[in-house]
Design a protein around this ligand. Structure first.
Ligand SMILES: O=C(O)c1ccc[n+]([C@@H]2O[C@H](COP(=O)([O-])O)[C@@H](O)[C@H]2O)c1
Ligand SMILES: Cc1cc2nc[nH]c2cc1C
Length: 347
């Protein structure tokens, strides 16, 4: 059995039930904090702590270039992927600002971009190749490249574990990766590309039609039977790395907060490869990209926020950390009816 197929333990049922009982004793009508109650109980069960904590947060951004970018499927040039790696590390990107705000550990994993990158604190420079192959012509990766990409994710989750992280956030950066994610999700779910394809970084209506046709034709080229074959065929390196990171984080018992469309598609692939990963995933937001909604539904996910985000980088997840921290603080610090001398529900 490959490492990514090894089962994960279940979050503790005992801690979950204890947390639910505690929630019902807090000075509020039961259920009145909505999903904040549920997520506090989930974190308690995953961390096996009566008082869950979100002090230490690890963010790994996986970046890679995509051969499919040659087909004119993005509003931006491929060069942006590498340039944004520098921006992440220099502190100027959205995720850099949010990571700073929440005092999170931020690292960027270069999984394979076209061009050289100078060393910087927080850069994990492990390029597999200068980007994937164009999947409209040939499979995005060779099998050994897929295994290397999954391994990059495994290593990132292990670093989070070494830092005693309370939560793992994966982010991604890769011009044209909404095409990759669309092909993956359509193929995995057996849905028409038209149900999932969207503007990504902002292509116009005519380019969107072209993008749909490119992905449609590409999917028709292959006869794929397994999620691993789909990952290898449609890529990209950063999506496979995210998938590996989610699986490993779940195996070592770190709660995962999943970001946008591309990350949710990586989560879909992770769960398709290893279904025991699913209970370890919390979904941050429902984004603006149409495919995101479809993938969330397929995963039976209940995202905490819907504010039209479609940036990626882990940014939606980072915004939702504030909500999760509120959930945990309420769970840990509110008075019970007995403590506060407040009458409970009339029977
Ligand atoms: O996370 C999302 O929901 C999301 C939706 C649309 C675009 N993105 C980001 O935009 C890039 C991909 O868009 P595109 O148009 O180049 O395929 C990539 O770097 C993603 O991080 C991210
Ligand atoms: C500038 C820019 C920043 C991004 N961050 C994630 N995807 C992105 C795409 C672009 C184009």
């Amino acid at each position: 059995m490959n490492w990514f197929e090894q089962p994960c333990r279940l979050p503790s049922v005992e801690f979950f039930e204890q947390a639910q009982a505690h929630q019902s004793n807090l000075t509020k009508p039961p259920g009145s904090l909505g999903q904040l109650e549920q997520v506090a109980c989930q974190l308690s069960a995953m961390q096996e702590r009566q008082s869950p904590s979100l002090d230490r947060i690890h963010i790994s951004i996986f970046a890679a270039d995509h051969g499919i970018a040659k087909q004119g499927v993005s509003a931006f040039p491929q060069s942006v992927t590498l340039q944004m790696i520098s921006n992440f590390l220099a502190g100027g990107a959205a995720i850099s600002v949010l990571a700073q705000q929440m005092q999170a550990e931020l690292e960027v994993v270069n999984c394979g971009c076209n061009g050289e990158i100078s060393d910087a604190i927080g850069l994990i420079n492990k390029p597999i190749a200068k980007g994937t192959a164009d999947f409209s012509i040939q499979p995005a990766m060779a099998e050994d490249e897929l295994l290397l990409a999954l391994q990059l994710g495994h290593e990132a989750a292990d670093r989070a574990h070494q830092q005693n992280s309370d939560l793992f956030i994966g982010g991604e950066m890769g011009i044209a990766n909404t095409s990759s994610a669309t092909a993956l999700a359509a193929s995995q779910l057996g849905l028409p590309v038209a149900d999932l394809v969207g503007p990504g970084t902002g292509v116009d209506a005519q380019q969107l039609q072209h993008k749909r046709e490119v992905i449609d034709r590409a999917i028709a080229r292959y006869d794929l039977a397994t999620p691993l074959q789909r990952l290898q065929t449609f890529g990209g390196f950063e999506i496979a790395a995210l998938c590996g990171a989610y699986i490993r984080a779940a195996q070592i018992g770190i709660p995962v907060l999943v970001d946008g469309f591309i990350s949710s598609t990586a989560a879909l692939m992770a769960v398709s490869i290893n279904s025991s990963v699913r209970p370890w995933l919390i979904f941050s937001h429902a984004g603006a990209e149409p495919g995101h909604q479809v993938v969330l539904r397929a995963l039976d996910a209940s995202p905490l926020l819907s504010i039209g985000m479609r940036l990626g980088e882990g940014s939606g997840a980072a915004v939702v950390v504030s909500l999760l921290r509120s959930a945990v603080e309420l769970h840990n610090s509110m008075a019970t009816f007995a403590d506060a001398g407040v009458d409970g529900k009339a029977s």
